[in-house]
Design a protein around this ligand. Structure first.
Ligand SMILES: [Zn+2]
Ligand SMILES: [Zn+2]
Length: 349
């Protein structure tokens, strides 16, 4: 604080106070005693002012100090953060209750819609003798086009048989006969094969099972060959019931297949009745599981495509040279016929 300025102010104020007193108290003679009283009063006033100033200054300094105090600053920041946190929480709370109200509104509307539908169902049932859950009756107008069953289309069989929801276009007479479940071995007969996921398809060669299949092959193929040349002979090793032990026999003509059907259907083989069907196999490569041929089908013998035994080389081909010559002209993917050629050639050399 500048004392000089204060003194100047004090001197000026002193003079003003004296003049004021003289003016206000003209009847009183101004003397030294009055002068000292005025000074004393003025000094007290100044002193009080000074104290107040100092006090204010002290508070101001304290405030500055406090504002610069890192602890104070930290506290302020904490307080501010708390305030923000609280605001966020309040906002979230508002959002939550808003969503809850929305959901409740949706549920209410859904319930309302359900109630209306329920009422409509009841009126439908009452107004009609038809079961509302059954689609348009077949007798009523043109039948609805159902998608074609791809399993039946490719393999001639389907696990659902007549119950399949897709269309099975049953052919009347074709060049291919299917003897349903005709082949059976001990394991297949007692369902033991289902316990194993081993694929006994083309890879299978040296076990009893293959020997069993070979016996069947050499026993049955000549029976079918009595009616015409067999260009494809496939026996399924699948464990699925609709494919299990299925024997596919493709002739050169529909006529040959029909002759075989007439002679063999409902006949008995190995104590079991032979059931034959005409099937249409558009492509053997799509009917037969491609992966099974490399032993890589993940479904194993539960596969819905044909898993077939590898046909053994033919034994008695030399007795029918004509058919072999015919075969040379026809194009075939069958491995058995290729082997047929080899075998035949071998016999001649
Ligand atoms: Zn089907
Ligand atoms: Zn397969």
């Amino acid at each position: 604080m500048d004392i000089r300025i204060d003194n100047e102010i004090f001197q000026k104020l002193k003079l003003i106070k004296i003049e004021q007193f003289k003016e206000n108290n003209q009847t009183i003679k101004f003397n030294h005693k009055i002068y000292r009283l005025l000074i004393k009063k003025l000094r007290r006033h100044f002193h009080r002012q000074q104290l107040a100033k100092e006090r204010d200054e002290k508070i101001r300094l304290e405030e500055i100090q406090r504002d610069n105090d890192p602890l104070y600053q930290a506290w302020i920041i904490q307080k501010e953060n708390l305030r923000i946190q609280k605001e966020i929480e309040e906002e979230q709370e508002n959002e939550k209750s808003r969503k809850l109200r929305e959901q409740m509104e949706i549920k209410k509307q859904e319930q309302l819609r359900k109630n209306i539908e329920e009422k409509q169902k009841v009126t439908n049932i009452n107004s009609s003798t038809h079961n509302p859950f059954v689609s348009i009756p077949i007798a009523n107008g043109p039948s609805i086009e159902r998608p074609v069953c791809s399993f039946y289309l490719k393999t001639g069989v389907c696990r659902y048989n007549e119950r399949c929801r897709r269309t099975h276009n049953k052919p009347d007479i074709t060049d291919t006969l299917l003897a349903v479940n005709m082949y059976s071995n001990f394991e297949m007969q007692y369902g033991l094969d289902e316990e194993y996921d081993l694929d006994i398809g083309l890879e299978f060669e040296e076990t009893e099972r293959y020997e069993n299949f070979k016996d069947f092959y050499y026993d049955v193929l000549p029976e079918f060959e009595r009616f015409g040349r067999v260009i494809m002979f496939k026996v399924c090793s699948n464990s699925e019931i609709h494919l299990r032990g299925n024997v596919y026999v493709q002739y050169e003509t529909d006529y040959q297949a029909m002759q075989a059907y007439k002679a063999l259907n409902t006949r008995y083989y190995a104590g079991r009745m032979v059931q034959c069907e005409f099937v249409n196999i558009p492509s053997w490569s799509t009917a037969i599981c491609g992966l099974s041929q490399f032993g890589k089908c993940s479904k194993g013998r539960r596969c819905n495509y044909l898993h077939v035994f590898r046909n053994p080389p033919l034994k008695s081909i030399e007795k029918d040279k004509k058919s072999t010559r015919k075969h040379k002209r026809s194009k075939s993917r069958d491995r058995s016929t290729k082997r047929k050629k080899h075998h035949h050639h071998h016999h001649h050399s």
